[in-house]
Design a protein around this ligand. Structure first.
Ligand code: C5P
Length: 220
C-alpha cells in the first residue's frame, strides 16, 4: 500500500493533476476537500450561521459524511444522500473554508481519510495531508502556482461551466482563501518539511501530470 500526499492552495490544479496521475498509476484518488465542502453544504442547507464556531460544532453529532467510489470516481455522501453535484459553487467553497477552520470538524473527518489510506494505495489531496493526516506518506508533494496563474485557470473553468466570473473577483477570492487557509490555527496550509515543491505556474496540465507521475514512479 502506498500513500501519496498532495497539498497546496486552491486552484493549483491539485485535483485534476492528482486524478489524472491516479488513473495512470492505478491508485485511488481521494479529494479531501469534498469532505469539507459536504459539511459546508450541509451547514448552508440547514441555515446554520457559519461565522459561529458553536453553530458549526452543533452540525456534527450524528452527522454521517463518507466517500464512496463508483467506477473509480469519488462521490461524497451526507446522511446517505449523494451531494457531489452540489458542492462546487463559490458559496460552498466559502462555507467549506469556514467549517474547515474548526478543529472538531477536522477531527471528525480524520478517520475517514486515514482508513482510506490504510486500505488502498491512494493519491490524497488537500491542505494538511502531508503535515497532519498522513505524516508517514511515502511521498509528499506541495503543488502550487502563482495566484494570478490560478485565477486565470479558475476563470477559464467557470466560463466553460457557463457561470463566468470577473478575473479580479476570482483573484480576490483565491487570495482571501489562501490567507484564511494558511493563517487559521487548526492545521494551517503549509508545506511539510519533507515535501517536494512543484510549481505549475509555467506548466500546462500534461507537463504538471508528468512532473507528479515522475516523482511517484521514483517511489514505486
Ligand atoms: O480543495 P478544495 O478547494 O475543494 O477545498 C475546499 C476547502 O476545504 C479549502 O479552501 C480548505 O479550507 C478546506 N480543506 C481543508 N483541508 C483539506 C482539504 C480542504 O481545510 N484537507
Amino acid at each position: 500500500m502506498l500513500s501519496i500526499a498532495i497539498d497546496g492552495p486552491a486552484g493549483a490544479g491539485k485535483s485534476t493533476i492528482a486524478r489524472t496521475a491516479a488513473g495512470a498509476l492505478r491508485f485511488i484518488y481521494v479529494d479531501t476537500g469534498a469532505l469539507y465542502r459536504a459539511i459546508g453544504y450541509h451547514g448552508l442547507q440547514v441555515g446554520a450561521d457559519l461565522t459561529d464556531t458553536a453553530a458549526i460544532k452543533a452540525l456534527l453529532p450524528g452527522l454521517q459524511v463518507d466517500l464512496r467510489f463508483v467506477e473509480g470516481q469519488q462521490r461524497v455522501f451526507v446522511g446517505g444522500e449523494d451531494v457531489s453535484d452540489f458542492i462546487r459553487s463559490p458559496q460552498v467553497s466559502k462555507a467549506a473554508s469556514q467549517v474547515s477552520a474548526v478543529q472538531e470538524v477536522r477531527d471528525f473527518l480524520m478517520e475517514t481519510q486515514r482508513s482510506l489510506a490504510r486500505k488502498n494505495s491512494v493519491i490524497m489531496d488537500g491542505r494538511d495531508i502531508g503535515t497532519v493526516v498522513l505524516p508517514d506518506a511515502d511521498l509528499k508533494i506541495f503543488l502550487t502556482a502563482s495566484p494570478e496563474a490560478r485565477a486565470q485557470r479558475r476563470c477559464k473553468e467557470l466560463e466553460e461551466k457557463g457561470s463566468p466570473m470577473p478575473y479580479e473577483e476570482v483573484l480576490r477570492d483565491i487570495q482571501q482563501r489562501d490567507y484564511d487557509d494558511s493563517h487559521r490555527e487548526a492545521a494551517p496550509l503549509k508545506q511539510a518539511a519533507d515535501a517536494v515543491l512543484v510549481d505549475t505556474s509555467e506548466l500546462n496540465l500534461a507537463e504538471s501530470v508528468d512532473a507528479v507521475c515522475t516523482l511517484i514512479r521514483q517511489r514505486l
